[in-house]
Every structure is written in C-alpha cells, then in structure tokens.
Design a protein around this ligand. Structure first.
Ligand code: HEC
Ligand code: HEC
Ligand code: HEC
Ligand code: HEC
Ligand code: HEC
Ligand code: HEC
Length: 375
C-alpha cells in the first residue's frame, strides 16, 4: 500500500513538471544529428518493355521526320477551311478540338480556337507496348452515322476516322421538298448581274429587272421545279463516304464492292509504296494488281470528260457558274430533271475522285444528267 501512495505522488510530480515545461518558450533547434546508416537494398522491380527494334518500325527519327514533312504539305495542315471550326455545325470536321470532342462524346462543339488536324487528332496513345503493335488510332463511333441520309451508316474499318469527316452534310431532299408553288426574290449586284442576265434560270413566270446598279429577280418555282436556295448548294465538299455507299445522288445505285479495298487508308496511306501521309493514292501501286484488267487512269479520264460536258451544259441553263476557282451553284428555279442533273453533278464534283470511289455509280449519275440535259 505504501508503495502505491508513493507512486501516485511521483506521477503527480511528473505531471506538474510536464505542465511547466509546456508553458516554457521553446529554445533554438540544436544542430542536425549525423545521417543514419543506409538501409538494405530493395528487391529488383519487374523488367520494363525494351525500347526494342519493333518500335523502330515506326519510331525512327527518319520515318517520323518523313511523315511530318509529307503531312505538313497536305490540306489537312495548309487548307483554309480550318478557320471554320469555331461553330457547332462546322467544328467536328474543321477543327482538331471539335473532332476530338466529337469522337469522345458525340457532342458537336465549336472550338474556342480552331486549329488544323495534327498527328494526335487521328492517332491516340498506345494502349499497350507489346511487340507487333500498330499505329494507335483514336477511336471513333463505328459504323459512322450518316449526317445527310437518315438511318444510313458507313463502315470503312480504319477509314471510319476519315469517313467521320469525309461525308455529305446535305441530301437533295433538303432542297426538293416543296409541296406548293412558290416565288423567291433576290437582288444581285456587281459581277453577278452579267452572270444572271446571261443565264439566270428564273422559272416559267420569273422576272428580272435592272434598277440602277441592282438586278431584282423573282424566281418562280412551281412544284414541277426545284429551287437552288444558296450558292453553297450541294452535298458539301467531301461526300466521299456517300459515293462509296451510292446514297447521295437522285438515282439509286449499288455500293462500291469493297472486298479488296476495305478502307480509305488502304488506298490513301499505302506506306509500302511511299504515299503515306501525303494522303494521295499511288496509282502505280494500284496497277501492280489491276494491270491491264482495269485501266484506272483511262476510266478516270473518261469520267472527267463526261463531267466536263455536263458542266458546260449546266452553265448554259443557269444551274452553275464556272469561275477560275471552280464550280459555283447559282440561285435557280429548274425543272426537276435538270435540277437532279445539277445535284448529281455536284456530288461527283465534290467527291473529287473522278468517279473512282464508285465508277458504276458515277456512270449512273452521269447518264441521268446527260439524259436530262439532252447530251
Ligand atoms: C506501327 C507504328 C508504331 C509502332 C510499331 C510503335 N509506335 Fe509508338 N506511336 C506510333 C504513332 C503513330 C504514335 C502517335 C503519333 C505521335 O504521337 O507522334 C505513337 C506514339 C507513341 C508514344 C507517345 C504517345 C503514348 O502512347 O504515350 C510513345 C511513348 C510510343 N509511341 C512508344 C512506342 C514504343 C515503346 C513502341 C514499341 C514497343 C512503339 N511506340 C511502337 C506508331 C507506332
Ligand atoms: C477532322 C476531319 C477530317 C478527318 C478525320 C480527315 N479529313 Fe481529310 N480533309 C478534311 C478537310 C476539312 C480537308 C480539306 C481542308 C481544306 O482544304 O481546307 C481534307 C482534305 C483531304 C484530302 C485532300 C488532299 C490533300 O491535299 O490533303 C484528302 C485526300 C483527304 N482529306 C483524305 C483523308 C483520309 C484518307 C482521312 C483518314 C485517314 C482523312 N482525310 C481524315 C477533313 C478531315
Ligand atoms: C461532316 C463533316 C463536315 C462538316 C460538319 C463541315 N464540313 Fe466543310 N468540309 C468537310 C470536308 C471533308 C472537306 C474537304 C473535302 C475535300 O477536300 O474533299 C470540307 C471542305 C470545306 C471547305 C473548303 C472548300 C475548298 O475546297 O476550299 C470549306 C470552306 C468548308 N468545308 C466550310 C464549312 C463550313 C462553313 C461548315 C459549317 C457550316 C462546314 N464546312 C461543315 C467536312 C465538313
Ligand atoms: C487524318 C488522320 C491521320 C493523321 C492526321 C495522321 N495520321 Fe498517321 N496514320 C493514319 C492512318 C489511317 C494510318 C494507318 C494505320 C495502319 O495502317 O495501321 C497511319 C499510320 C501511321 C504510322 C504507321 C505507318 C507508317 O507510315 O510508319 C505512323 C508512324 C504515323 N501514322 C505517324 C503519324 C504522325 C507522326 C502524324 C503527324 C505528323 C500522323 N501520323 C498524322 C492517319 C493519320
Ligand atoms: C480504291 C482506292 C480508294 C479508296 C478505297 C478510297 N480512295 Fe479516295 N481516291 C482514290 C483515288 C485514286 C483518287 C484520285 C486521286 C487523284 O485524282 O489524284 C481519290 C481521291 C480522293 C479525294 C480527293 C483528293 C484531292 O486531290 O482532292 C479525297 C478527299 C478522297 N479520295 C478521300 C477518300 C476517303 C475519305 C475514302 C474512304 C471513305 C477514300 N478516299 C477511299 C482512291 C481511293
Ligand atoms: C492487292 C491488290 C490490289 C491493289 C494493290 C489494288 N486493288 Fe483495286 N481491286 C483489287 C481486286 C481484286 C478488285 C476486285 C476485282 C476487280 O473488280 O477488278 C479491285 C477492285 C477495284 C475497283 C472496282 C472496280 C470496278 O469494277 O468498279 C476499283 C475502282 C479499284 N479496285 C481501284 C484501285 C485503286 C485506285 C488502287 C490503288 C490506290 C487499287 N485498286 C489497288 C485488287 C487490288
């Protein structure tokens, strides 16, 4: 018992001294102690992937340098349309950020600052670094959902990256959709006056009057006619996926049989033959398979000739105006078969492959146009 009382006493004293110490101001820190001895080595980690030869199939400075040099010359970098990507309706195809966001979420956004595509627009990060990996592609919705043709989709394998942008924005039904007779009034000035006075397609009871330096035109559009309501009328500038699918003209056609050409990259980025990131097909490479059986250049030249004849006739009826920088649709009221000729021509003209993306369909569209125009 006595010992216990003594212990309580001791504990109380220690407690009081502790309280006093905590009230006292702390003095300056003493000098640092000596370093302790090194600890024992940890066990070795797992080996990382070797920076091995398989990576160098692609990742040599020479290969990457060549790709950059080729790529920088293309319209994917130099084109003027990359400034257009600041609005929601243009951003997904005319800005890198807009495309990446569309690929990620399906949202159509305008880019805050619209910039051309870069390597990372189409490519993503490797998901693994094993031997034999291929170039990492950004994943896009597959199949690609058509903008212009309700319910249509496009399957181009790796080329779905391309087809997400390289497809039509408008169908002919966006123009040919009136159920009642109508009239439309427009004013033309400057160089347009002579163009419309010479060729203007104003419809059966249309009127044209020059007052001072302004040409007042009323387009008469009965239901037998179709009105071209914009000088940007047409499917938009890159309807390539639609030409493959044969779904954009006013004539029903058959899709390109793509058993041997499953995607855009197969023809437009054939690395072996040095076309690579110029995106331009190497026709010599094509001929290694096609040889004499299909004279690709002769076929394209024949389509180009027929397109030229249709172009001249369309200018004659006031459907288009041909200038140094290409073909421009005109405001016009045209009988339906002539308007269809205009539309079918625009699809081929905007596709820019001289029919190659679907020779069979190109011929059908041209035949419709030639018949309508009396060629
Ligand atoms: C078939 C071509 C190809 C092969 C093979 C390849 N890469 Fe790539 N790699 C690319 C492309 C294309 C990109 C994206 C373009 C860019 O970012 O410049 C890329 C990007 C990268 C990047 C930056 C983006 C990321 O994923 O972090 C690294 C790091 C990389 N590769 C490492 C490797 C390694 C390591 C190997 C070998 C195990 C390898 N690559 C094999 C084509 C290839
Ligand atoms: C983000 C949308 C987008 C993607 C993805 C895209 N393109 Fe383009 N492409 C364009 C635009 C826009 C132009 C025209 C730019 C201009 O003239 O201002 C163009 C131009 C081209 C041209 C014209 C020739 C030249 O000089 O470059 C070719 C060929 C082409 N693209 C092929 C492809 C292929 C093949 C793919 C897929 C590997 C692809 N594109 C992916 C939007 C895209
Ligand atoms: C579905 C994708 C898509 C959308 C949306 C889109 N474009 Fe394009 N646009 C393209 C492609 C692809 C090309 C290049 C076609 C080619 O070279 O074959 C192009 C080309 C152009 C060109 C270049 C024409 C030339 O030859 O110089 C202009 C200008 C343009 N687009 C404006 C616009 C505007 C403005 C909008 C929005 C109102 C828009 N585009 C929306 C895909 C699109
Ligand atoms: C318009 C889309 C697009 C853009 C932009 C693009 N690539 Fe590619 N790239 C492709 C496609 C498609 C392939 C073919 C992939 C395959 O065959 O596996 C490819 C293949 C490659 C390959 C492997 C084949 C080869 O040629 O060595 C490399 C490396 C590569 N790209 C690097 C780049 C670099 C670097 C840039 C930027 C300077 C770039 N790419 C820009 C679409 C693109
Ligand atoms: C069977 C091979 C082949 C396939 C597949 C193919 N193309 Fe083409 N493409 C060509 C050829 C050949 C041309 C004409 C090139 C020329 O006139 O120099 C062309 C022209 C083009 C042009 C116009 C180029 C220019 O100079 O303005 C664009 C854009 C284009 N193709 C995009 C695509 C897209 C997008 C796809 C996939 C949906 C695709 N191509 C699939 C062979 C092909
Ligand atoms: C590896 C062999 C091979 C290569 C390379 C090749 N093709 Fe083909 N292509 C074929 C085969 C096989 C067919 C289907 C049989 C046929 O119609 O000739 C075909 C079909 C076509 C067709 C459809 C013909 C039609 O009746 O409408 C076109 C167009 C075409 N190829 C263009 C090209 C172009 C352009 C290139 C080069 C960019 C090319 N091909 C490269 C093998 C090849």
């Amino acid at each position: 018992m006595k010992r216990n009382y003594f212990s309580y006493f001791l504990i109380s004293i220690i407690f009081v001294i502790g309280m006093m110490a905590s009230c006292t101001k702390e003095g300056p820190a003493g000098p640092a102690g000596k370093d302790g001895a090194d600890g024992t080595n940890g066990s070795d980690g797992k080996d990382g992937v070797d920076g091995n030869v398989s990576c160098l199939v692609c990742h040599t400075a020479a290969n990457m340098g060549d790709i950059h040099a080729a790529f920088d010359q293309t319209k994917h970098v130099t084109g003027s349309s990359w400034a257009r990507g600041t609005s929601g309706s243009c951003g997904r195809c005319h800005s890198s950020d807009g495309f990446i966001e569309f690929a990620r979420s399906g949202e159509e956004i305008g880019a805050a600052v619209s910039t051309p595509v870069t390597c990372q627009t189409c490519h993503a990060d490797h998901s693994s670094l094993e031997d034999g990996i291929s170039a990492p592609m950004r994943s896009v919705a597959s199949p690609v959902v058509s903008i212009a043709i309700e319910g249509a989709t496009y399957e181009h394998g790796m080329g779905n990256t391309c087809a997400t942008c390289h497809q039509a924005r408008r169908a002919s039904t966006g123009y040919d959709n009136k159920t009642e007779d109508a009239t439309y009034s427009r004013k033309f000035t400057g160089e347009d006056i002579a163009v419309y006075q010479a060729h203007g397609a104003i419809g059966p009871n249309g009127t044209m009057e020059l007052v001072g330096d302004t040409l007042f035109v009323t387009f008469d559009v009965p239901t037998t006619h179709v009105y071209t309501s914009s000088t940007h009328a047409g499917p938009h500038h890159g309807p390539q996926a639609n030409i493959f699918a044969a779904d954009i003209g006013t004539v029903a056609g058959a899709p390109f049989d793509r058993d041997h050409h499953t995607d855009c990259a197969g023809c437009h980025l054939s690395k072996e033959e040095g076309s690579g990131h110029t995106f331009s097909p190497n026709i010599a490479m094509c001929n290694e398979c096609h040889g004499d059986a299909l004279d690709i250049e002769a076929e394209m030249a024949a389509i180009a000739d027929r397109m030229h004849a249709v172009e001249v006739a369309l200018e004659g009826i006031g459907a288009i105006h041909v200038a140094d920088d290409g073909v421009h649709p005109m405001y016009a009221s045209l009988p339906r078969d002539e308007w269809n000729a205009f539309w079918n021509f625009m699809c081929l003209w905007e596709d820019k492959s001289h029919g190659l993306h679907n020779f069979g369909y190109a011929k059908q569209l041209l035949t419709q146009a030639e018949t309508a125009l009396g060629l």
